[in-house]
Design a protein around this ligand. Structure first.
Ligand SMILES: NC(=O)C1=CN([C@@H]2O[C@H](COP(=O)(O)OP(=O)(O)OC[C@H]3O[C@@H](n4cnc5c(N)ncnc54)[C@H](O)[C@@H]3O)[C@@H](O)[C@H]2O)C=CC1
Ligand SMILES: O=C1[C@@H](O)[C@H](O)[C@@H](O)[C@H](O)[C@H]1O
Length: 341
């Protein structure tokens, strides 16, 4: 490795282009060494002005490019399994955007492949673990000051959903964040899921079941509810309130400037995740670069990615069946025994 970690970025869409900018201009210790995207024009646009970046349309060519030490996967979810396995075959450390793999069977194949390597190589991009408010809430819950957590009430609203967004993706793409955050905040597995839905909003695309209300049960007897509404039209809002035996704590309200003028007070609302979670993505990628340069892997593990996929898959079945679906995890390989959620 040269002084800088050479990163191959797979996928140069919304997230990939933002991560390329971040690697090139925000975080220290890394450089973009190669990019792969079947849409070469999009990739070239994302690397415009950067020196020494080779653009490919094939993943394998980018992984084999000179100076590549690590991989950041920002292609669509269905492409992640192949990319992860290709990176493992080349012994390259990975930061993989969520969902790690949409679907439990593919996610388990990734767990098994990493377990066969006998050491962790990949981190999953659940960036809320790096958000200041989420971290404060996690510290408070871990301190025990509020007593045992009873419930988490979560809100996850997007202004609009991208083309091709399906009713299942409200759960396996959007709510995957709350699944990971709940497992991490409570340090408990989610054991069952039910999904309720009101009449779809008139602003939602034809046929999309939006919004949905998802209810998780946990191994420790807590409940986690999530209102997910991806075409709300009025702002990007992510909130979480923990209700515990001796108090409650709420995050997600303060991430904006409050303006008072003309006899009225108003507060800005971000319009998407790139604004709301900008600092969290920066910290996540910096932490990944730092850990990788030290030969370490931190953050959400491949096991966390698998658990999230299993819970999300149960959620999609609950949506389709209208019933309560229990969550069955495979036995956890020894590799993840000492790794906390
Ligand atoms: N952490 C977060 O908050 C967010 C994460 N994401 C995740 O990031 C990933 C990408 O999402 P977006 O950037 O919104 O999608 P996008 O559709 O904007 O971009 C995806 C890009 O990947 C390219 N691509 C397609 N197949 C590929 C392959 N096999 N190899 C390499 N590139 C390929 C496409 O041509 C496109 O340029 C998804 O996993 C998504 O769930 C997306 C938004 C926010
Ligand atoms: O990961 C993300 C998107 O893929 C997803 O579609 C959005 O609902 C989330 O808010 C965003 O963080």
């Amino acid at each position: 490795m040269s002084d800088l970690l050479g990163v191959a970025v797979l996928g140069a869409g919304h997230m990939g282009a933002d991560h390329i900018r971040r690697l090139a201009h925000v975080v220290s210790g890394a450089r973009v060494a190669a990019v792969a995207d079947p849409d070469a024009g999009r990739a070239k646009e994302a690397v415009a002005g950067l020196d020494g970046v080779v653009v490919h349309t094939e993943v394998e060519a980018a992984l084999a490019a000179p100076g590549v030490d690590a991989v950041l996967i920002a292609s669509p979810g269905p492409a992640h399994e192949e990319a992860l396995l290709a990176a493992f075959a080349r012994d390259l450390p990975v930061l993989c955007e969520k969902p790690m793999v949409p679907g439990s069977a593919g996610a388990l194949r990734v767990v098994e492949a990493e377990a066969r390597l006998g050491r962790r190589l990949a981190q999953v991009g659940f960036m809320r673990r790096y958000d200041t408010e989420y971290r404060r809430l996690k510290s408070l819950l871990d301190s025990g000051r509020l007593g045992r957590p009873l419930m988490l009430h979560c809100t996850h609203r997007n202004v609009s959903s991208p083309p091709g967004f399906t009713s299942a993706m409200l759960i396996d793409s959007s709510v995957s964040h709350e699944i990971d955050a709940a497992r991490w905040l409570l340090d408990q597995e989610l054991t069952a899921v039910s999904v309720f839905r009101p009449r779809p909003a008139s602003g939602a695309p034809e046929g999309l079941l939006d919004p949905q209300f998802v209810l998780f049960e946990t191994a420790g007897g807590a409940l986690v509810d999530v209102e997910v509404f991806v075409n709300c039209g009025f702002g990007y809002q992510v909130r979480c309130e923990a209700v515990c035996e001796q108090g409650s704590a709420r995050i997600g309200e303060e991430h904006a400037m409050a303006v008072t003028a003309a006899g009225a007070a108003s507060r800005e609302v971000p319009d998407d995740y790139l604004v709301r979670f900008a600092d969290a993505y920066d910290r996540e990628v910096q932490a990944w670069v730092d850990a990788t340069r030290r030969g370490r892997v931190t953050g959400a593990s491949v096991w966390d990615g698998y658990a999230s996929s299993v819970v999300a898959e149960a959620g999609v079945r609950a949506l389709e069946s209208g019933g309560r679906v229990t969550v069955e995890l495979a036995p956890r390989p020894d590799l993840y025994a000492g790794v906390s959620r």
